[in-house]
Design a binder for this molecule. Structure first.
Ligand code: C2E
Ligand code: MG
Ligand code: MG
Length: 743
C-alpha cells in the first residue's frame, strides 16, 4: 500500500509539508511514482467496488424475486395493523392488487367470525418481546368475497419510528383443512352404528369398524384377510345366492338385500346389507364397501306385528284379513290354472248357550279345540281361518277343473268336519258334545265372483243348513241368493209398512153349536201398496226373526184394544171376546205384560174380553217365567187359548200349571175329518183332554158341513172356519154381525 494511502488510512490529519523539508524528504520522482501507484490502487479499488455493487444489486434482485414469489405470502403490518408491505404471493392470496392492499387494515381481510381472535392475538403480539413468534389459523375473505383458511406466522420487529412492525407469513391451508375434515368425517362415519367392511377387489377384508365387531363377534384382527361369506355366512344362503350377488355387484356396482349371517358364537342374525363397488378413474373396481345393520330385532317385531294383524290370538288361526288375502290369491291362481276352489263356512250350533251357561273360559277352550280339529282335517296347503265368534272358514284350492268334482270333494270334507265336530270335547273337567252347520260354495277365478261374494254365498249356505235343522251342510245355489234378497227387500218393506200404517186387523167369527157368534179372532193383514192384501204367512216368520214382531205385535195389541172398546159401545157386539195371536218372541219380551195392560188401559177396553192365542212353541222356553206371566195377565182378567193344538210338543204337566181357557184343534186335523181315522182319533183325543183339564175346545178351519157334523157329534161345540165366515175388515164384520143377529 502507498504511504499516502497508509497515512490516509491512519486517519490522522496530515499537516502540509514544506517543499524543502529536512533530510529524507522524498524526491519529486518518488512522489510521482507514488502518485502513479496510488492511482492504480484507486482504480483497482473502484473496480472492486463496482463489482461489489453489481453483486449487491444482483443479490438484491435475487432477494426481491425470492420475496415476491415466495411460497408464502409476506405482509408487514404497522403497529396500528395497517399493511405496510406485501409480497406478490400475499396479494395473490388476498385476490387483490397490491396497491389496493397497502395502507388498508389487515383486519378487513379477516372473516367477521375470526376478527375477535385476530385482535386478541394482535394486541398480545404487539406487547411482547421481539423474537417470540405466534401462530394463528384464521379464515380470510378475498376481495371477491370467497373465503379461505390460512396459517399465520407472526413476529414482531422493533422499529423506533413506527412503534414496532409485525411481520406476518401467510400460508393457505384450505386444502389440508378440507382433507383433514374429510378424514375426520370419514372416521366418524366409519365408526357408526352400522357395521362396515372395506374389502379389496378380491373381496378380502381390509378393514372393519367397531360396529362390525359388535354385531359379528369377530375382532378386526380376526376379520382382516378373510372372505366375508366364508367368515359370516349362516348357510341359509347357498353358493348360487352368492354367485348371483357377485354378478349383480360386478354388473351394477351395487347390491342391496337382507341375508342371514352367523356370529362367532354360532347364533344367527339377519342383516340388511348394502355393498358398493369402488372404482378408480379408469373404471376398474379397487374395493368393495359393505355396510350392514342387524335387523333381527326389527324382523321379530315385524313378525309379531304381522302375527297380531293377521292371526286370531285365541286359536292362532289366520283371521278374516289374512283369509281375504288368501282368497284373493286363490282367485288369481284359479284364474290361471282354471281349477275350482271351495269355501266352507262353519258355525258351531250352540256356542252361545255354552258361553252363557259354562262361561267364556269353556267357550275359549272349545274354540281352541275346534281350531285344532279343523286344522287336522285339511291338507297343509288349505287354509283354516277364524272369522270371529264361533265362525270358522276352510279354503280349499286346486279341486280340479270340474265343478261337480270340486263340489263332491268339498262336501266330503264338510262331512268329515261335521263328524269331527260331533266327537265329544273335554273342556277342562266338563265333557261337551257339539255340532256345527256348514255352508259350502265352489268358485273359480274365471267367474266374476269377488271375495265378499264368495264369503256371502258360503254364509248363506250355512244359514240354510241352520234353518234346515243344524248339524248338516248345504251347498250354495242361486235360489238361496234370490231368497235372501227377497227377504232383505221384505224386511225394508215391513219397516216402511209399520211407519206408513199399512197393517190392518181382520176379524173371523167363532160360533157356538147353534151358530151364534160369541167371539172373533183378530188376524193380521198387510195392505201392500203394490201387492194388495198380503197374508201373515208371508211376513210373520221374518218379522219374528228380525224382531220387528215386537213393534208389529204392540200395534196389533193396540188396534185390538181399540176394537174391543169400540164394540163395547155397540149392543150387539159388546159381549164379543176378541182373540189376539201372540208370537213366542213377543210373549217372552220382558215388558209384554206391561204392554198388554197399557194397550187395554189406553182404550179403556175390558180385559175379560181379551183372549191371547199362543202356540205350544212358546212353552219350550223358560217355563217358570212363562207361568208367572200367564198368572199376571190372568189376574188382570185376560184369558188364554192354545192355538194349533196337537202340532207341538206340549207337556201335559205344564198344561196343567197354566191358567188356560181353551185349546184350539189345529186345522190340519179338522181338514181330514171325518174321512181320515187318524185325524178323527186326534180330534177326539184333544176333546177328551179338554174335558179332563176342564178347558173349552174349539176347532178351527171348518169348511164343510161334514166336518161340522163330525165335530158336533163328538162334542165339539165351538167352531171357526170359512163355513161360518172368512176373516174380514172391521166394518164388514159389524155388518156380518148385524146379519147374523137377524137370522
Ligand atoms: P192361526 O192363528 O192359526 O189363524 C188361523 C188361520 O187359518 C188364519 O190364517 C185364517 O185366515 C185361516 N183360516 C180360518 N178359517 C179357515 C178355513 O176354514 N180354511 C182355511 N184353509 N184357513 C182358515 P191367516 O189369517 O193367514 O193367519 C195365519 C197365521 O198367521 C195365524 O194362524 C197366526 O199364527 C198368524 N197370525 C195372524 N195374525 C197374527 C197376529 O196378529 N200376530 C201374530 N203373531 N200372528 C198372527
Ligand atoms: Mg190363531
Ligand atoms: Mg191356528
Amino acid at each position: 500500500m502507498s504511504r499516502v494511502l497508509r497515512s490516509a488510512k491512519a486517519g490522522a490529519p496530515s499537516a502540509p509539508q514544506p517543499a524543502n523539508a529536512d533530510l529524507g524528504a522524498p524526491s519529486a520522482k518518488d512522489l510521482l511514482q507514488d502518485l502513479q501507484l496510488h492511482q492504480t490502487e484507486l482504480q483497482m479499488q473502484v473496480e472492486s467496488l463496482r463489482a461489489t455493487q453489481i453483486e449487491l444489486e444482483e443479490a438484491r434482485d435475487h432477494y426481491e424475486t425470492l420475496y415476491e414469489f415466495a411460497p408464502v405470502g409476506y405482509i408487514t403490518l404497522t403497529a396500528t395493523g395497517q399493511v405496510a408491505a406485501i409480497n406478490l404471493t400475499g396479494s395473490i392470496l388476498l385476490g387483490c392488487d397490491r396497491s389496493k392492499i397497502v395502507k388498508r387494515r389487515f383486519s378487513q381481510f379477516i372473516s367477521p367470525a375470526h376478527q375477535d381472535r385476530w385482535y386478541r392475538q394482535f394486541v398480545r403480539l404487539m406487547k411482547q418481546a421481539e423474537d417470540d413468534p405466534i401462530q394463528i389459523d384464521l379464515e380470510l375473505t378475498r376481495a371477491d368475497g370467497s373465503a379461505f383458511y390460512v396459517h399465520l406466522n407472526c413476529q414482531r420487529r422493533e422499529d423506533t419510528r413506527q412503534g414496532g412492525l409485525l411481520l406476518v407469513a401467510i400460508s393457505d391451508i384450505s386444502q389440508s383443512r378440507r382433507d383433514d375434515l374429510q378424514a375426520r368425517i370419514a372416521g366418524v362415519a366409519f365408526e357408526s352404528q352400522e357395521g362396515i367392511i372395506v374389502a379389496d377387489s378380491h373381496q378380502r377384508i381390509l378393514r372393519v369398524n367397531h360396529a362390525f365387531t359388535q354385531i359379528t363377534g369377530y375382532t378386526a384382527d380376526e376379520a382382516i384377510g378373510q372372505h366375508p361369506p366364508a367368515l359370516l355366512n349362516s348357510a341359509r344362503q347357498d353358493e348360487a345366492f352368492y354367485r348371483g350377488l357377485t354378478d349383480t355387484l360386478l354388473k351394477h356396482g351395487a347390491w342391496h338385500g337382507e341375508i342371514w349371517n352367523r356370529r362367532k358364537d354360532g347364533s344367527e342374525y339377519q342383516i340388511s346389507l348394502n355393498i358398493t363397488a369402488v372404482k378408480d378413474d379408469a373404471g376398474i373396481i379397487t374395493n368393495f364397501v359393505a355396510t350392514f345393520t342387524d335387523i333381527t330385532f326389527r324382523k321379530q317385531a315385524e313378525e309379531k306385528i304381522e302375527n297380531l294383524a293377521f292371526h286370531d290370538q285365541l286359536t292362532q288361526l289366520p283371521n278374516r284379513r289374512l283369509l281375504i288375502d288368501r282368497l284373493k290369491h286363490a282367485l288369481a291362481v284359479s284364474a290361471r290354472n282354471r281349477q275350482f276352489c271351495a269355501l266352507l263356512f262353519i258355525d258351531l250350533d250352540s256356542f252361545k248357550t255354552l258361553n252363557d251357561t259354562q262361561g267364556h273360559d269353556s267357550g275359549d277352550l272349545l274354540l281352541q279345540q275346534v281350531a285344532a280339529r279343523l286344522s287336522a282335517c285339511v291338507r297343509a296347503s288349505d287354509t283354516v281361518a277364524r272369522l270371529g265368534g264361533d265362525e270358522f272358514v276352510v279354503l280349499l284350492e286346486g279341486l280340479g277343473k270340474q265343478l261337480s268334482d270340486a263340489s263332491d270333494e268339498a262336501q266330503a270334507l264338510g262331512r268329515k268336519v261335521l263328524a269331527t265336530l260331533h266327537e265329544p270335547f273335554q273342556l277342562g273337567s266338563f265333557p261337551y258334545v257339539n255340532t256345527g252347520s256348514i255352508g259350502i260354495t265352489c268358485f273359480s277365478g274365471d267367474r266374476l265372483d269377488t271375495v265378499e261374494e264368495i264369503l256371502k254365498q258360503a254364509d248363506l249356505a250355512m244359514y240354510q243348513a241352520k234353518t234346515d235343522g243344524r248339524n248338516t251342510l248345504r251347498v250354495f245355489d242361486t235360489g238361496m241368493q234370490t231368497r235372501v234378497s227377497q227377504r232383505a227387500t221384505l224386511e225394508t218393506e215391513l219397516q216402511t209398512a209399520l211407519r206408513e200404517d199399512q197393517f190392518r186387523l181382520f176379524y173371523q167369527p167363532q160360533v157356538t153349536e147353534n151358530g151364534k157368534v160369541y167371539a172373533a179372532e183378530a188376524l193380521l193383514r198387510w195392505q201392500h201398496p203394490q201387492r194388495g192384501l198380503v197374508l201373515p204367512a208371508e211376513f210373520i216368520a221374518l218379522a219374528e226373526e228380525t224382531g220387528l214382531i215386537l213393534q208389529l205385535g204392540s200395534w196389533v195389541m193396540d188396534c185390538a184394544s181399540a176394537q174391543l172398546a169400540h164394540w163395547a159401545m155397540l149392543p150387539r157386539m159388546k159381549d164379543l171376546s176378541l182373540l189376539v195371536n201372540v208370537s213366542a218372541r213377543q210373549f217372552h219380551h220382558p215388558d209384554f205384560v206391561g204392554q198388554v195392560h197399557a194397550a187395554l188401559d189406553r182404550h179403556g177396553a175390558n180385559p175379560n174380553l181379551l183372549k191371547l192365542e199362543l202356540t205350544e212353541s212358546l212353552l219350550l222356553k223358560d217355563i217358570e217365567g212363562t207361568i208367572a206371566k200367564f198368572k199376571a195377565l190372568r189376574s188382570h182378567g185376560v184369558r188364554f187359548s192354545l192355538d194349533d193344538f196337537g202340532t207341538g210338543y206340549s207337556s201335559l204337566s205344564y198344561l196343567r200349571q197354566l191358567p188356560l181357557d181353551q185349546l184350539k184343534i189345529d186345522q190340519s186335523f179338522v181338514r181330514d175329518v171325518p174321512g181320515n181315522a187318524n185325524a178323527c182319533a186326534i180330534v177326539n183325543t184333544v176333546l177328551a183332554l179338554g174335558k179332563t183339564l176342564e178347558l173349552r175346545v174349539i176347532a178351527e178351519g171348518v169348511e164343510t158341513q161334514e166336518q161340522r157334523n163330525f165335530l158336533a157329534d163328538n162334542g165339539c161345540s165351538f167352531v171357526q172356519g170359512y163355513l161360518f165366515g172368512r176373516p174380514m175388515p172391521s166394518d164388514e164384520f159389524t155388518t156380518f154381525m148385524d146379519a147374523n143377529a137377524e137370522r
